[in-house]
Design a protein. Structure first.
Length: 421
């Protein structure tokens, strides 16, 4: 045990002696020069004769150390062109500046519409320099508030994507408000009126020099009256400088059924020599139908699905507008003026129970009303008249005394099913 402790002690003493010797040798014989060591840990500082120059040099060095070189984009991203006339081409130059200390790179990525184009002057902008992006937009066939955007990509770390926006309002020399003239259910043999306005934005306002119809025959069926709007009337439309009131009269010689015409106004405007206004409507017979389940578009009376053994009752109104103004005068309460007479001609299936009430005159509307009562009896057979084609529906045919509408076909959709227990 004593020998082991002695061996350990001697080893420690020997290690200390060897280590001290190596350290002394390295200090007295270094592998580098003392001046090189000094130059390594002490940067060379230039000597300035003017103390202010040395201060500026230190500040500039600190600035470079604290703020590494980087590009900074500077651009007004919104351009409002105000009011532009339809058909014109708008243009604007966005000026892009580089206020940073490194080169700024730019590329145009996309525009929000094919009607907008963007051309870049140069893709690399030096510090302190600038470039332009030329943006142009077409306004054809567009009226109202206008917004288009151009997206550009940059190497500015704070603004990698920049959106340039062009906005304003597109107006025409003139436009119709509403843009079409619509007549709703003109009674055959009667005239009707509908109106629209022309708002003008040119200064001075354009003039309407004449009118025509795309279909030459329409001029014999319609009559147009043009009246200038007062200042109070046209000022309700922003940016308007004048306008006209158009009153279109559909004469009493229009044939039965829907019609579609185009009114063409002639003007003295080189940008807008014509203003086209669609004219729509329908001429209906003196007789119309209304009531629960009636579909005017398909001329179908929809009863629904009925259970066998139950009784289904429905009503439908027949409205006769053939009463003439002269026949309405001096009528006593309860009297019926001359009108179109109705009677039931046929019913399919024949077990449907159909009755007509006595006609009643409604003086407030000048209409003679007759009510159809339809009953599906409790002993009705199981059946399916629910099809969408006429051959699979039930029918009622009314015979009339009118020369224009000698009969009225009423399609009926219904079905009778087994009673649910």
């Amino acid at each position: 045990m004593k020998k082991s402790l002695l061996f350990i002690f001697v080893s420690i003493i020997a290690a200390l002696v060897v280590g001290w010797g190596i350290a002394r040798y390295r200090i007295t014989h270094p592998p580098y020069s003392e001046q090189a060591l000094i130059d390594c840990i002490t940067p060379t500082v230039p000597v300035f004769s003017n103390p202010l120059d040395s201060i500026n040099a230190v500040a500039e060095g600190a600035k470079k150390f604290d703020s590494p070189a980087r590009p900074i984009i500077n651009v007004d991203r919104l351009y409002n062109f105000g009011v532009l006339q339809n058909g014109e081409v708008g243009k604007h130059q966005f000026v892009v500046k580089n206020t940073g200390t490194a080169d700024l790179t730019i590329s145009v990525e996309e525009t929000s519409c094919k009607c907008t184009a963007a051309d870049l002057g140069k893709g690399i902008v030096k510090p302190g320099d600038s470039t332009v992006i030329d943006v142009s937009w077409k306004t054809a066939d567009f009226i109202g508030d206008y917004v288009q955007k151009v997206l550009i990509q940059t190497n500015d770390p704070d603004m990698m994507m920049v959106e340039l926006e062009v906005r304003g309002k597109i107006v025409a020399d003139a436009r119709a408000m509403p843009s079409e003239v619509t007549f709703t259910n003109i009674t055959h043999g009667y005239s009707a009126q509908s109106q629209t306005q022309i708002a003008c934005y040119k200064n001075p306002p354009l003039e309407i020099t004449g009118y025509d119809f795309l279909n030459p025959d329409a001029k014999d069926r319609f009559e147009l009256k043009i009246t200038p709007l007062t200042e109070e009337e046209y000022r309700s439309e922003p940016d308007a400088t004048g306008g006209y009131q158009l009153t279109l009269t559909a004469k009493d010689n229009l044939p039965l059924g829907p019609f579609s015409e185009k009114l063409i106004l002639k003007t003295n405007s080189p940008l807008q020599p014509e203003i086209t206004i669609p004219v729509y409507g329908t001429v209906v017979g003196n007789i119309s139908l209304a009531g629960p389940g009636w579909n005017e578009e398909s001329k179908t009376w929809i009863l629904g699905i009925l259970e066998s053994g139950s009784v289904g009752k429905k009503i439908l109104w027949v409205l006769d507008r053939s009463v003439k103004a002269e026949d309405r005068e001096n009528l006593k309460p309860g009297e019926i003026p001359p009108h179109i007479n109705l009677e039931i001609e046929s019913v399919n299936p024949d077990w449907l129970q159909v009755e007509l009430d006595k006609p009643v005159y409604l003086p407030e509307s000048g209409v003679v009303r007759t009510i159809i009562h339809l009953t599906v009896p409790a002993d009705a057979p199981i059946c399916d008249y629910w099809g969408h084609v006429q051959e699979k529906m039930g029918t009622i045919i009314l015979k009339t005394s009118s020369e224009d509408e000698k009969s009225i076909l009423i399609n009926i959709r219904f079905a009778v099913t087994n009673k649910q227990e």
